[in-house]
Design a protein around this ligand. Structure first.
Ligand code: IPE
Ligand code: IPE
Ligand code: MG
Ligand code: MG
Ligand code: MG
Length: 323
């Protein structure tokens, strides 16, 4: 089996709910303020949405553009938050951080569009809306994914991001975490796990999930250090740990979640007979493993002091979310 990056060593309330909450705040002066973390997530979400709108407005009308806009709307913007908050730790803000966050979300959106295809998970609901291949067709969904992937790299090479060596590191690391040693490998192993040809072990599931989900989350958490041109070792470790917890939470939500809140179907993993953290450890075992990973991730942030509080809250959010 290919070597996965995580185990050991490196090792919203979603968009619509947040929107509803902030609308309530706007409409009702006495409404309780949103918890601070959700405010932060909402701010990142707005920044990224504006950034996508700005970038797409530079392109003349053409086939796929509407579908690209559609595919990049909504979502929790958790990866964007990790980029923006890790960048803040090093005093990097503004366009550089926002473009990097937008690139992470473009890459993530591509992965979701392809993940939902009939030849993959065959899902018809994503972020509370029909999936791209349902709203348009399969060819559009394949091409939108391709275009978003290329678009992510284009954004990362903008001069506003930083010096050429910074750009080079971000691009090279992005290709590592999303390609054949990262997300794509994880997706391939995930499909194999669904066929249940070989019994999965905790270690094999960890490797699979580290590639599928943890790698891009690790990239996003490490992005701040990379933007500042310093070692991303600690932040990446934090990212890998919360990345595994994030996928455990996704697997738990698939069993216990509410499709209306999650904006996607639930109960799919068991129906497909897929080996997941939950099928392997049981619900309680999976939850307690996720809690342990989050606690460990937070201790890695100790050297950053209180400046890393947003990242600590992000770690807690991973396992408290219901979307
Ligand atoms: C869903 O990711 C797919 C996984 C990697 C588990 P998210 O839960 O971050 O999806 P959005 O972006 O909020 O829709
Ligand atoms: C998706 O994992 C991971 C990637 C898109 C790389 P899942 O298939 O578990 O995600 P959901 O449950 O469809 O969001
Ligand atoms: Mg999948
Ligand atoms: Mg899926
Ligand atoms: Mg899932």
């Amino acid at each position: 089996m290919a070597k996965a990056p995580h185990p050991g060593q490196n090792l919203s309330t979603g968009f619509r709910i947040l929107e509803m909450a902030s609308v309530k705040n706007l409409m009702d002066e006495n409404a309780e303020a949103l918890p601070m973390f959700e405010e932060m997530l909402k701010r990142c979400s707005n920044l990224v949405q504006e950034s996508f709108a700005d970038e797409f407005s530079k392109l003349s009308d053409r086939p796929l553009l509407d579908a690209m806009r559609y595919a990049t709307q909504g979502g929790k913007r958790f990866r964007a938050l990790l980029v923006i908050e890790s960048a803040k730790l090093y005093g990097v803000a503004g366009k550089s951080a926002v473009l990097t966050a937008t690139a992470a979300e473009a890459m993530h959106a591509y992965s979701l569009v392809h993940d939902d295809l009939p030849c993959m998970d065959d899902d018809d609901l994503r972020r509370g809306q029909p999936t791209v291949h349902v709203k348009w067709d399969e060819a559009t969904a394949v091409l939108v994914g391709d275009a978003l992937q290329a678009f992510a790299y284009e954004l990362l090479t903008r001069p506003e991001i930083g010096q050429p060596d910074v750009i080079c590191a971000l691009v090279s690391k992005m290709s590592g975490v999303t390609g054949i040693s990262g997300m794509v490998l994880g997706q391939a192993l995930d499909i194999e796990a669904e066929k249940n040809l070989t019994p999965q072990t905790l270690q094999s599931i960890r490797e699979l999930q580290a590639c599928k989900t943890g790698a891009l989350i690790g990239w996003a958490a490490g992005a701040g250090a990379n933007l500042a041109g310093v070692s991303d070792k600690k932040l990446k470790q934090y990212g890998w740990l919360i990345g595994e917890a994030f996928q455990i939470a996704d697997d738990v939500l698939d069993v216990e979640g509410d499709a209306n809140k999650a904006g996607k179907k639930v109960g799919k993993d068991a129906a497909a007979g897929k080996a997941t953290f939950v099928s392997l450890l049981g619900l309680d075992g999976a939850k307690s493993r996720a809690r342990g990973l989050v606690d460990e991730a937070k201790t890695i942030l100790d050297p950053f002091g209180s400046a890393a509080d947003p990242l600590r809250e992000a770690a807690d959010f991973v396992i408290s979310r219901d979307t």
